[in-house]
Design a binder for this molecule. Structure first.
Ligand code: IMP
Length: 432
C-alpha cells in the first residue's frame, strides 16, 4: 500500500484530524489537497489539544513530510500564524512543503466572501467567510495569484494590478467597501514571501517519486462529500473537491497511485452552514438533538458555530461510497450515542409517496425528502474503554453491523472517544 486517501463521507467535521493522527505513524507524507483555512482539525495528542486549519496533521510527527498540495488555497497570514503557534508549542514546521501552484487567498477575497454572504441575506450559504470561494473563483477565471508568484515581485505586482482592476470596482461599486492599492498588497505579501519561500516545492514531482518508491502517502481530505462543489448539496457547498478524485487533481498524482480510500463518518451526522438536511433533529433543551450537540461537543473548530445534528443517514453514506469509491468506513464518536435508549438510522427517503433508496439527483426531492428510519436498541453503557470490536456491547456491534450492511463496505476503524487511543482498529494492517 502506498497511496491512502481519507475523505469525509458526510458534511465535514467527522473527525479526520484524529484518524490522520492515528495512522500517521505509518506514513511518510501527509498531504492536504483542497480547501483552505475553512477546515478545522482538532487533534488531541499526548494531553495536548491542537487546532489546525491549514497545515496537515502530519506536522506533529518528525518522520513525516507535511505537504500542502496545488489544490489548496492558502491565506499566507493565517498559515504563518499557525506555524508560529506550532513552533511555540515546541513543534518544528521546517519540513512543511507547499506546492508552487497552490493559489493564495488575498485580502479582497475575504472582503468579498463576507460581502456576498451579506448580500444573499436569508439565502446565504453560511460560508466560513475566510475568502475560500472568491479565491477559487479567481483561480477559475485565471485571475488568481499563486504561491510561486511570491518569488518574483515583478510578476506579483503585475498580477495584483490586473486583479485589482476588477476587485476594486466590485468592492466599491457593488458592495460600497474600501478599495486596495497595489503597493499595500504587494508590500504585505512580499513580507510573507521571505518566510514562505524555503517551503515552496514542486510537490507533484516529489509525491510521484515517493509513490513510485513505495513510500506511504496519506491524502488528508478537508470538509466532506456533501460539501463537494460537483457532488454535494449545491449551492450549499464549498468551492473545492473534497471527494477522492480531488486528491489526484489537488496534488498532481494519477488515480492508479491510490490504493485505499477511507470514508469517515460520525455515528450520527452534523452540518454547519445552511442547506437541506433530511435527518436533522430539533435541538431545543432536553431534546436528542441537544444531547448530541452537548455530548459530541458539536461546535465548529474554525468558526465556533453550533453544528446542526441529526441521525445517521445511510442514504448519504451509500452515496459517499459511490462517489469516492470507498474501500473502508471509519465510524467516529460512537460513544456519543451511549446513553440513548434507541438509535435511529435513515435507510431511505420518501417524497410524494415514492421511496428513494439512493440520493435523489433532483435538489427539490432532496430538500423535501422525509427520512425512513429503522430503530435499533441502544447499549446504555460506557464504551470508551473498549479497544477491540468484541469488547463492545452486543447492541453496539449490531449497530456497526447494520451500518456495514447498509453501506456494503466494511467498518474498519471505530472511535469510542476523543483521545488517540480511544479507538478500535478492526481492519488496519500496520506497515511491515
Ligand atoms: P466555505 O468553504 O467557507 O466557502 O463555506 C461553504 C460551506 O461549507 C458552508 O456551509 C460551510 O459551513 C461549509 N464548510 C466549510 N468548511 C467546512 C468544514 O471544515 N466543516 C464543515 N463545514 C464546512
Amino acid at each position: 500500500m502506498a497511496g491512502i486517501v481519507l475523505v469525509g463521507a458526510q458534511w465535514g467535521d467527522e473527525g479526520k484530524g484524529k484518524i490522520t493522527d492515528l495512522l500517521a505513524d505509518d506514513m511518510d507524507y501527509v498531504v492536504r489537497f483542497q480547501g483552505g483555512n475553512n477546515a478545522g482539525h482538532t487533534i488531541i495528542h499526548g494531553g495536548r489539544t491542537l487546532k489546525l486549519h491549514l497545515i496537515p496533521s502530519g506536522i506533529m510527527y518528525p518522520h513525516i513530510t507535511p505537504v500542502i498540495g496545488n489544490g489548496v488555497v492558502i491565506d499566507p497570514k493565517v498559515m504563518l500564524e499557525e506555524m508560529d503557534q506550532l513552533e511555540a508549542d515546541g513543534l518544528t514546521t521546517r519540513r512543511l512543503l507547499i506546492s508552487c501552484n497552490a493559489h493564495l487567498i488575498m485580502p479582497y477575497h475575504r472582503d468579498l466572501d463576507g460581502a456576498s454572504e451579506r448580500r444573499l441575506g436569508s439565502n446565504e450559504i453560511g460560508t466560513t467567510r475566510r475568502g475560500i470561494g472568491p479565491a477559487y473563483m479567481d483561480k477559475a477565471s485565471r485571475l488568481g495569484i499563486r504561491v510561486q508568484d511570491l518569488t518574483d515581485v515583478h510578476i506579483l505586482r503585475k498580477k495584483i494590478e490586473a486583479a485589482l482592476v476588477e476587485k476594486n470596482d466590485l468592492l466599491e461599486k457593488v458592495y460600497g467597501l474600501p478599495t486596495y492599492t497595489v503597493e499595500e498588497i504587494v508590500d504585505e505579501y512580499m513580507g510573507y514571501a521571505e518566510r514562505i519561500k524555503p517551503h515552496i516545492a514542486d510537490t507533484s514531482q516529489l509525491l510521484n517519486r515517493a509513490l513510485r518508491s513505495d513510500q506511504w502517502v496519506f491524502f488528508e481530505g478537508a470538509q466532506g462529500t456533501l460539501l463537494d462543489l460537483d457532488h454535494g448539496t449545491y449551492p450549499f457547498v464549498t468551492s473545492s473537491s473534497p471527494t477522492a478524485g480531488g486528491a489526484c487533481t489537488g496534488t498532481g498524482v494519477g488515480p492508479k497511485a491510490i490504493d485505499r480510500v477511507l470514508g469517515i463518518a460520525k455515528a450520527y451526522i452534523t452540518r454547519v452552514g445552511s442547506g437541506p438536511f433530511p435527518t436533522e433533529l430539533d435541538s431545543t433543551p432536553g431534546s436528542i438533538g441537544e444531547h448530541l450537540t452537548m455530548k459530541g461537543g458539536e461546535f465548529g473548530t474554525t468558526t465556533g458555530r453550533q453544528r446542526r445534528c441529526g441521525w445517521y443517514d445511510g442514504v448519504i453514506i451509500r452515496y459517499a461510497v459511490q462517489i469516492n469509491g470507498l474501500t473502508d468506513l471509519v465510524i467516529t464518536k460512537l460513544d456519543v450515542l451511549s446513553e440513548l435508549d434507541t438509535i435511529k438510522v435513515c435507510v431511505a427517503y420518501e417524497y410524494e409517496g415514492k421511496r428513494y433508496n439512493d440520493l435523489p439527483c433532483h435538489q427539490t426531492v432532496f430538500h423535501h425528502a422525509r427520512p425512513i428510519y429503522e430503530e435499533l436498541p441502544g447499549w446504555k453503557c460506557d464504551i470508551d474503554h473498549c479497544r477491540t470490536f468484541e469488547e463492545l456491547p452486543k447492541e453496539a456491534r449490531d449497530y456497526i453491523a447494520f451500518l456495514e450492511d447498509l453501506a456494503e463496505v466494511p467498518v474498519s476503524i471505530i472511535a469510542v472517544g476523543p483521545d488517540r487511543d480511544e479507538t478500535i482498529m478492526r481492519r488496519w494492517e500496520r506497515r511491515p
